[in-house]
Design a protein around this ligand. Structure first.
Ligand code: COI
Length: 355
């Protein structure tokens, strides 16, 4: 990134900070004071600006409303004890945003717009980064089509925006999941690897069916055979079986290339934990549960970080996993990740940028 960009700043006269309850932060309900906006038209990005957080006015024929041409990212900012703002792996989120954009025929975003837009927004709203343990400022960059046209083709106009929300834990307790063998999240050749809005819309109905049966989320299987585990809810999923970490590979284009997933695998290597990126079948999973050799199961994602799975439903049977001791791999790796993110541990990987 070497270009600098001009950003117009219009500060709010009415900060919501004094009315915000930082002790009770539900995920995604509270937004901070400002938002970043850039517009794409005539083949380039224009009008970089920060404005008071406010609703947008949308044309009824807006292309995103009708055809869902929209991609997003999620990353987090943390406060260290010196009151500095630390952001985890922003470069990876930037790259993935453009990978998603390419798949959805959305023009790529220049790195300086992403990075400077975020930096200026964090500067302005730094008091919105919670200083309390377990809390952070969730950063949501997104791009969506803004053509006012009902014909179907890639839009000629887009908006890139960043909004931020102070958040606490995504899951307050370990989660229960159900293996899904009817509905499909992604299929080879589809959009599963993109962080595209439509992927999440399509997952809502199956997830709701599972929630009605008392499960928090689904364990998605592959769309062709429904025999292999791919993801869990909106997270990547990992298992420890007989002391070895196993997670699905991201080579089929059906699985999101999770940044937390990647970080966990890097740390696993450093911790001397054996791991395999390979597909695990539903029957292997059930067999491991039956034999009691499935030691740990957890989801990984930006919002949830490492979410312990406590109950798994497979082929009409519920299996409850034992409580995770403090020396389990998932606890260890979560602690290391948190220590890096909150600046309590050396950032040996260059994952942190400071603001
Ligand atoms: C994230 O982990 O950032 C996600 O995208 C999950 C989100 C759908 C809440």
């Amino acid at each position: 990134m070497n270009k600098t960009i001009e950003i117009q700043i219009n500060k709010t006269a009415n900060s919501k900070l004094p009315h915000t309850d930082f002790e009770n932060l539900a995920f995604g309900q509270t937004t901070s004071d400002h938002m970043f906006i850039a517009d794409y038209y005539d083949g380039d990005w224009h009008g970089m600006r920060i404005e008071p957080y406010a609703p947008l006015s949308i044309h009824p024929a807006n292309a995103t409303l009708h055809y869902g041409q929209s991609v997003f990212e999620g990353l987090k900012a943390y406060k260290n004890k010196e009151d500095e703002v630390l952001v985890f792996r922003a470069d990876s989120n930037f790259r993935r945003l453009n990978e998603s954009a390419r798949r959805m025929c959305i023009p790529e975003l220049p790195e300086e717009i992403f990075m400077e837009g975020m930096a200026r927004l964090l500067e302005l709203d730094r008091d919105w980064v919670p200083a309390r343990p377990g809390c952070s400022l969730y950063i949501r960059p997104f791009i969506f089509a803004t053509d006012e046209y009902l014909g179907i083709r890639p839009s000629n106009k887009y908006k890139f925006m960043i909004l931020t929300c102070p958040v606490g834990h995504y899951y307050a307790k370990p989660v229960s999941v159900k293996v899904e063998t009817r509905y499909t999240r992604a299929i080879e050749g589809g959009t599963g690897a993109a962080k595209a809005a439509g992927n999440y819309a399509g997952s809502l109905y199956p997830a709701l069916q599972a929630q009605k049966q008392g499960y928090d989320q689904l364990l998605w299987t592959d769309g062709k055979t429904h025999q292999f585990i791919e993801e869990s809810g909106t997270m990547n999923v990992m298992f420890v079986i007989n002391g070895k970490l196993v997670t699905a590979p991201t080579t089929t284009g059906t699985i999101l290339k999770g940044i937390t997933r990647d970080s966990v695998l890097i740390l696993a290597k450093e911790l001397g934990m054996q791991y395999e990126e390979r597909f695990i079948s539903v029957s292997e999973l059930q067999d491991a549960l039956e034999k009691g050799v499935l030691e740990e199961a957890f989801g990984t994602g930006t919002a949830a970080t490492v979410a312990h799975i406590q109950r798994i439903h497979v082929n009409d049977k519920d299996y409850v996993l034992p409580e995770k001791p403090r020396d389990s791999f998932s606890y260890k790796v979560l602690t290391i990740l948190d220590d890096i993110k909150y600046g309590r541990r050396e950032d040996a990987h260059g994952w942190i940028s400071k603001y």
